[in-house]
Structure formats: C-alpha cells, structure tokens
Design a protein around this ligand. Structure first.
Ligand code: GLU
Length: 469
C-alpha cells in the first residue's frame, strides 16, 4: 500500500510553527518512504474559516517548500459525500436521530458534574423513533463495551474504554457534519495510511477508530506529536514571540533554518544539529519522536539561521534577501551585484533583516552616521587623512579591491599611520558605521562616485563639528 500522510489544517488563522512542524513530520515520513502527501483544508466551521487563512496556510507551506502531491481538498466541497456516509450509518442502525432539547442535555451535564462523573450523553434517544422531518442531530452509536487500542507510533499503546466515550454527534441540527465524522470519511476516502498530528487530538482517535470500524474500514496508523512549549514551560502562545511561519520570514529567517529548527523539536539524531533536507529525509523516523513536549528556543533558531546564512549558496541568499531590501525602499538593481554584497556580508548577519540593514549603504547614501562611530572616528584629526584619501581615490583609474587595498596601505604609510587610523574614518565615511566588510571590498562595491561624495560629506561633518566645539 502506498504510504500516504496528510496535513489537515483548519483555516481559522495563519500557519503557526506547531502546524508547520506537524506538516514537516508528515512530509518527511512520506518523502522517506516514497508516497503521497495530501493537503486537506478542514473548513467546515463556516464562521471561523476564512479565505485569507487558506491563503496564509498555502503561502506558509509553499515558502517552507513542503510541496503536496494531492489536494488541496476542501471539506466544504464534500458535504454530499459526508451525508451519504451518515445515511449509510443510519440505514445500518450504526447512527441514530436525537432530538434531546438543549435544556435536557444541560441538566444531564449538571447532574453528572455534581456526581463528579465525566459529562457524557446518556443514550436517551438510542431506542426512540424520531421523525427525521423534525429538528434533530445524528449521533454515532458508539459500542457500549470493550475498548479501543491505539498503537500510537509516538505514544506507544494507549487504551480507551468504550464506556468512557459517548454517542457523539456526527451531524448538527443545521445539517453540517462534525469534525470526527469528516476526518474519518476523508482519511478513509483519501487512503491515508499514517495520521501524524498534534496530541491534542489523541482523545478523538478512539472515536474515529470506532466510526471507521463501523464503516468496515481499517484504521490508519496514528502518530500523535507532543505539543511545543514556550521557554517558561507553558503552551507556546503569542506572548512567547512570533508563532506565524510567515512572521519568521518577515524577521529574516531562512526557510531551511526554520525547517532544521522544527525537525529538532522533539526529534534528534545523536547530537547532530545541522540537517540538510536530504539528511532529514534519510534520517527522520516518526517512531523516534519524543513523547515529551519540547521547548521553543528562539536563540537556537537564530543560531541555525546564522549558520545557513554563512553556508548557503550566495545566489540563494541574494534571492531571499531581495524583498528585505525592498522593505527598505532599495532596488537591488540600482547598485552593486547583490551576490557580491551577500558574499561580503555572509559572516556578519544573523537574519536577512540584519543583512539588509547593514547592506543598505551599498545602494543608497545613509541619512545619519552611527553616533558613536562618528564621534570616535570623524574627528578633526581625521580631516587630513580623509582629504588625502579623497585625492588618491579621485585619481584612481582602476577600481578593484586589490588596487583599493594598495591605495589605503600606501596612504597609511605615507602619513606614518597605522592602517586602522585610515581605514576606520574612511569606513565610517563610506558606510556610516564602524563595522563593514573589509575596506577594500566596501570601497569597491560602493563605487568611486559614491565614495567621493560620501568622503565630502564626512569632511563637511568634521568641519561643522569643529565650529560647534
Ligand atoms: N483540522 C484539525 C486541526 O487543525 C486537524 C485534524 C487532524 O489532523 O485530524 O486541528
């Protein structure tokens, strides 16, 4: 049988990191075993589902590169199919109509709570004949005895007793099918072999298995993945920082870094931290996923991101960096080749946002100097140095990192200064800050005209400062 997993988000928000990790595990399982990854949009909650959310989820999945082989299937387009199955269950007396009024269910619940029992439907309508023309719900006739064994690939064997489960509503009064029914029909119709999902669904599993068995279907294998906690030990939520996958993109995280980070949330392979996609596919095993919850650690994500920024192909980084420069109103076509800029900056940024910020000066004149850097390096003593540099640079006919390096070295020698005494004021003049790639590369990429313009600006600044003091 072909291995098939599915990612089945409810489109009621963005794609969050928890969902992305579940999707990644499902995707890896399929890529490893050679099968199909299905995307299913569980949009039956008409009030909370939105088209924007569907788009946000698709966008997140696409950005991460978790391409799906089938779908997206939309549950709202499958109501006829669900109703057909519900009718089949009714016809075989495996489901029944129930018209218990809300008041009755509420008082039943209160009594059970008072007796410290788990609230559950008491089967009142099991044997009643109800006119289907009148308002009703449909309930699944859950077995009264015995139990359901779930051999979960992550949790191990979990046993549920049927007496703990009640006759669950599978179609509401308004005619809409409920979650447990739609999931069962879809998992069965779509021939899902492995259901990998968050362990908040573990309690639904025995119900789903009972319905599948009533329909004469073999249940898939289940793997319930533990939840993700924030650094304070509580369930990961917005107050711990970004949750949305696309928010990470905005913050300048690379998709490969986020994937690498997510795969390590609850899974490990010795003490290896860095996994290429191919390695993940080769090494990941759903059965090795930890039972315990894992903790989200933003510093580690940044550490991985920095690793990928340093080691990825510069052309790829350039491609991903472009939109972040766009956010700063910079058109990368308006200056030096972006790949050269990336090569110069690869060691210096933890995120693409940082890289864009420290690279902006290659493309446009900055508005203001970094205050500390200017105070330290653009002082009257730097005036002679910068005037000399300006003179030399203006005369240069060959503008290469090598010729520029030589020029700076010669100037330092002729002025009997250490190299830094020339390079630092020059750097602040050109980059606006005390840190940049090597001065030769920096000058080269900024270009002759812009360099001269910025040295003039620095000289003005020094002159102005002198009059202020
Ligand atoms: N739609 C469900 C959710 O987003 C997932 C259901 C499932 O994986 O079975 O929580």
């Amino acid at each position: 049988m072909t291995t098939k997993t599915r990612f089945a988000p409810s489109p009621t928000g963005y794609l969050h990191v928890g969902g992305a990790r579940t999707a990644l595990f499902s995707w890896l399982h399929v890529r490893k075993h050679g099968g199909k990854f299905v995307l299913r949009i569980e949009d039956t909650d008409l009030e909370r589902s939105t088209a924007e959310s569907v788009n946000a989820i698709l966008e997140g999945i696409t950005w991460l590169g978790l391409e799906y082989d089938e779908g997206p299937f939309y549950q709202t387009q499958r109501f006829d199919r669900y109703n057909k199955v519900i009718q089949e269950l009714i016809d075989q007396d495996l489901a029944y109509y129930c018209d218990c009024p809300k008041e009755r269910l509420e008082s039943l619940r209160e009594q059970q709570m008072q007796r410290k029992e788990k609230p559950r439907y008491d089967g009142h309508c099991r044997a009643r004949q109800i006119d289907p023309e009148k308002p009703h719900v449909v309930r699944f006739r859950n077995p009264l005895e015995g139990g359901v064994v779930v051999d979960d690939l992550v949790r191990g064997r979990v046993i549920f007793r049927n007496e703990e489960l009640d006759d669950l509503v599978i179609r509401r009064t308004d005619g809409s099918p409920t979650y447990n029914l739609t999931v069962v029909v879809d998992d069965s119709d779509m021939e899902i072999t492995h259901v990998i999902r968050g362990d908040d669904h573990l309690n639904n599993t025995p119900r789903q298995i009972n319905i599948l068995q009533a329909l004469g279907k073999t249940p898939p294998r289940y793997a319930h993945v533990p939840m993700i906690l924030g650094d304070d030990g509580s369930r990961l939520s917005k107050r711990h920082g970004a949750l949305s996958v696309m928010e990470y993109r905005k913050q300048g995280i690379l998709p490969e870094a986020l994937l690498n980070y997510l795969v390590r949330l609850g899974w490990s392979h010795g003490d290896q931290e860095i996994f290429s996609l191919d390695e993940m596919i080769e090494l990941f095993d759903i059965e090795e996923v930890n039972r315990a919850a894992s903790t989200f650690n933003n510093d580690k994500l940044l550490w991985l991101n920095q690793h990928y920024i340093k080691h990825d192909d510069p052309a790829r980084i350039a491609h991903l960096l472009s939109p972040h420069l766009g956010d700063l109103d910079i058109d990368p076509a308006s200056g030096p080749n972006l790949v050269d800029v990336v090569i110069a900056q690869q060691e210096r940024a933890r995120t693409l946002v940082e890289m864009a910020e420290i690279s902006a000066f290659f493309y446009k004149d900055f508005d203001a100097y970094d205050e500390k850097a200017a105070r330290k390096h653009l002082r009257p003593v730097a005036r002679d140095v910068l005037e000399r540099v300006r003179h030399v640079l203006a005369e240069m006919t060959v503008w290469t990192p090598e010729s520029l390096h030589q020029a700076v070295v010669d100037i330092a020698e002729s002025l009997e200064l250490k190299l830094g005494k020339v390079a630092q004021p020059l750097r602040v003049a050109i980059a606006g800050r005390a840190a940049s790639p090597g001065i030769d590369v920096t000058l080269h990429l900024v270009g002759q005209q812009a360099c001269l313009r910025r040295i003039d600006k620095a000289l003005n600044y020094i002159a102005q400062r002198a009059t202020e003091n």
